[in-house]
Design a protein around this ligand. Structure first.
Ligand code: C2E
Ligand code: CA
Ligand code: CA
Length: 704
């Protein structure tokens, strides 16, 4: 029997997960707090780096200023002292010239004259040095003195001539009128320049000394300040690094734990599982893995809201943990699914025992905001070695075991290879199929049903396909048996109904409503909640029940006829139409159909496809059509591939036809395009919408 909750699983997961397993990193509140701290930390570290740069810049500038100012002050002091020396030399030369001029007047002779010339040359040399080393003012001063000296020399020349001629009166005259005034002017100019440069030189030296004193005082302070600031900066940076380390640790914890319950997540479970398996290999011990899935979580989440769902998951996590011992790991895998790793367990009985204890722990109702909530869980058990040697296989097999536990209401079930057909491909596919339901990989194709009376399109059948991310498109034969075997058929049917009704609604909205047929699996007829679920979906999509037809196979009716009958009656009372699919392939007699509230029978395509070549098939088709009519049923022939088949069916008075001859099953958009171009009553609408529908290799032959 199919668990009521199992039927509703896809909605359960898709709706419960966003609230329950949202990682903390995506939580806006968490992000806000986190980014505030990040911003503060980053700002502090930026400021610290800036301060460090400024400090280094300041110290460097101080060093440059210090050396520049000292050397420039030393250069000016040196120059001033040199100039002062040159003027001093000039001053002495002028004084010598004057005394030699006097001496020549008293004792003329070539020796005195030569001395005079030498003194005069000394003056010139001193003035040259001034002009070469001094500034613009000095150069002008030197050239002025040189010119005056030139003039003075010519007067001296005439004075010495008068002396040589012993013309004393002329000599005196020249001396007092020319030589003396000119000499005084030169001597004063040179003397005052000498004095002022001497003073400049002294003041420059004083400045240099002050500067050196200042620097001597400043340097240790500047370096001390720099050192303190650098230390402060280093401490801020260290603090920042500590914060980063802390943040990294937190991120690591977040990436390995479930945000809601704080329990390890799938990644951490896998890691610990790997370690436990390695250790088990070493020591010869056995590790156990238990997969726990809650049975009534969806109802609680739907009825009370996510707050209750989340709170319940937290409490469930805590209770499950309380059963375990120190070395065991309990993880939340997502949704309402938990896993327990027992690194050392004696045998399968002991592991199953822990599973039973985990279930028992959930027995007392959970109290949330004063509301007592009851939950149950199904537990799948696997052992290392016996059921697998790697975490992936073990978890997949625990999954299979858990689904058997759930589907057969066993509570706890240890993996049994016979329950999943020994097929690793199938096992892998099972895990994928569960994901496919939530990842929207199950898509619907639509195939039209054509009324043979007027050629109108009177409906369409929804046919599910699995758009597998690696394998590609898988046709129903490749996964429906798998789904039926593992309890996934409930969620799958629910998903197909939901998508088909959404499409029916879209067609209504386009102003071209079209009845849709959905296939029910045999197991769906044993699910008592089906009518209510169908009613819910019709209401959600706002589709009238007449637009929905459910196709049921004969075999489904044979399993528990009384129960199936009751269920079909409920559905028929709701206004949903019912059709018997694949008629003729099983053992139902038309007489058995008499009491069923069905309106249509579909002749199995195996009879129709070979009608034109197998007279017996044609005979069967014809009798089914006649008998169906006698019971007041509409008769549909499926598998109509050729115009001959179509024309035979028309002569047999068949009501409706479906088959590649008109249109292959196609996605909604292609179906719509076909529908738009189809002209009733002609065969123009025949198109090939998809390359031949061939089941994916290896997927069609899985055991049922
Ligand atoms: P079915 O209900 O008998 O669906 C008709 C099948 O015949 C479809 O195969 C369709 O593609 C194919 N068919 C239609 N016209 C022709 C034709 O002219 N020639 C031939 N050779 N084949 C034709 P498909 O899509 O592979 O589906 C196979 C079966 O899978 C379906 O048989 C149905 O029993 C099952 N199935 C499909 N969708 C669902 C679903 O949503 N739920 C359940 N439980 N079963 C489904
Ligand atoms: Ca069908
Ligand atoms: Ca069929």
């Amino acid at each position: 029997m199919i668990d009521k909750t199992a039927t509703r699983k896809p909605a359960d997961r898709s709706r419960a997960e966003p609230a329950a397993t949202q990682p903390a990193e995506n939580d806006p509140e968490y992000l806000a707090v986190q980014s505030d701290a990040d911003v503060r930390t980053a700002r502090r570290s930026r400021v610290a780096s800036l301060v460090l740069v400024l400090v280094l810049l300041g110290v460097a500038l101080f060093a440059v200023w210090s050396s520049q100012s000292t050397s420039s002050a030393a250069r000016s002091a040196d120059l001033a002292s040199k100039l002062s020396d040159y003027y001093d030399q000039a001053d002495r030369a002028v004084t010598a010239e004057e005394s030699l001029e006097r001496k020549y007047r008293l004792e003329p002779g070539p020796g005195v004259r030569a001395d005079y010339d030498a003194a005069s040359a000394d003056l010139k040399k001193a003035l040259d040095l001034v002009a070469r080393n001094g500034d613009q003012g000095d150069r002008e001063q030197a050239s002025r003195v040189s010119a005056a000296h030139q003039d003075y020399r010519s007067s001296i020349s005439r004075l010495f001539d008068a002396v040589d001629r012993r013309d004393t009166s002329l000599a005196l005259k020249i001396d007092s009128n020319e030589v003396d005034p000119k000499f005084v002017a030169i001597a004063e100019a040179v003397h005052s320049a000498d004095g002022s440069h001497h003073e400049t030189s002294l003041s420059q030296l004083t400045q240099l000394r002050h500067l050196e004193e200042l620097q001597g005082w400043l340097t240790p302070w500047v370096f001390l300040l720099g050192l303190l600031l650098a230390l402060a900066t280093a401490s801020v940076t260290r603090g920042h690094r500590r914060l980063l380390d802390e943040e990294r640790r937190r991120a690591l914890h977040r990436s390995l734990h479930d945000a809601l319950t704080g329990l390890p997540n799938r990644t951490l479970l896998f890691e610990r599982c790997r370690r436990a398996l390695a250790a088990a290999r070493h020591t010869g011990k056995t590790a156990g893995l238990l997969l726990i899935d809650m049975d009534r979580f969806k109802e609680i989440n739907d009825t009370f809201g996510h707050h209750y769902g989340d709170e319940l998951l937290k409490q469930v996590g805590a209770r499950l943990r309380s059963v375990l011992t120190g070395g065991d790991t309990i993880a939340r895998l997502g949704g309402d699914e938990f896993a327990v790793l027992l690194p050392d367990v004696t045998d399968v009985l002991a592991a199953t025992d822990v599973g039973a204890k985990l279930r028992d722990a959930l027995e007392t109702p959970f109290l949330i905001d004063g509301v007592a909530l009851d939950v149950e869980a199904s537990v799948g058990v696997v052992l290392s070695g016996e059921h697998g040697t790697d975490p992936t296989t073990l978890l997949q097999r625990a999954d299979v075991a858990m689904y058997v536990a759930k589907a057969q209401n066993l509570g706890v079930f240890a993996y049994d290879p016979s329950t999943d057909g020994h097929s690793p491909a199938r096992l892998a596919l099972l895990g994928d199929l569960r994901r496919a339901l939530t990842a929207n990989q199950l898509v619907l194709d639509y195939q039209p049903k054509i009324s043979l009376g007027d050629g109108e399109i009177i409906g369409a059948e929804a046919l599910v396909r699995w758009q597998h991310p690696e394998i590609g498109l898988i046709f129903p034969d490749g996964f429906i048996p798998l789904a039926e075997h593992t309890g996934l058929i409930g969620p799958l049917t629910s998903h197909v109904l939901d998508s088909a009704l959404a499409q029916a609604r879209a067609w209504m909205d386009d102003g071209r409503p079209l009845p849709l047929s959905v296939n029910l699996s045999a197991r769906s007829l044993l699910d008592d909640s089906l009518p209510e679920h169908v009613a819910d979906l019709l209401a959600i999509h706002g589709v009238p029940p007449e637009l929905l037809e459910l196709e049921i196979t004969e075999s489904a009716l044979m399993a528990e006829p009384a129960r199936a009958q009751r269920l079909l009656e409920t559905l028929a009372l709701m206004g949903v139409r019912l059709s018997i699919d694949d008629f003729g392939a099983g053992y139902t007699s038309l007489g058995q159909l008499k009491n069923l509230p069905v309106t249509e029978i579909k002749i199995d395509k195996s009879f129709i496809m070979n009608m034109t070549t197998q007279p017996s098939d044609a005979l069967i088709a014809r009798s089914v059509i006649d008998l169906g009519h006698s019971l007041g049923l509409t008769v549909l022939a499926e598998g109509v591939e050729t115009a001959e088949i179509l024309s035979d069916l028309m002569t047999f008075d068949c009501d409706v036809a479906q088959g590649f001859y008109f249109c292959r099953p196609a996605p909604a958009a292609a179906f719509d395009a076909w529908r738009a171009s189809y002209s009733a009553g002609t065969t123009v609408g025949r198109v090939e919408l998809r390359p031949v529908d061939e089941p994916v290799e290896g997927m069609g032959g899985l055991p049922t």
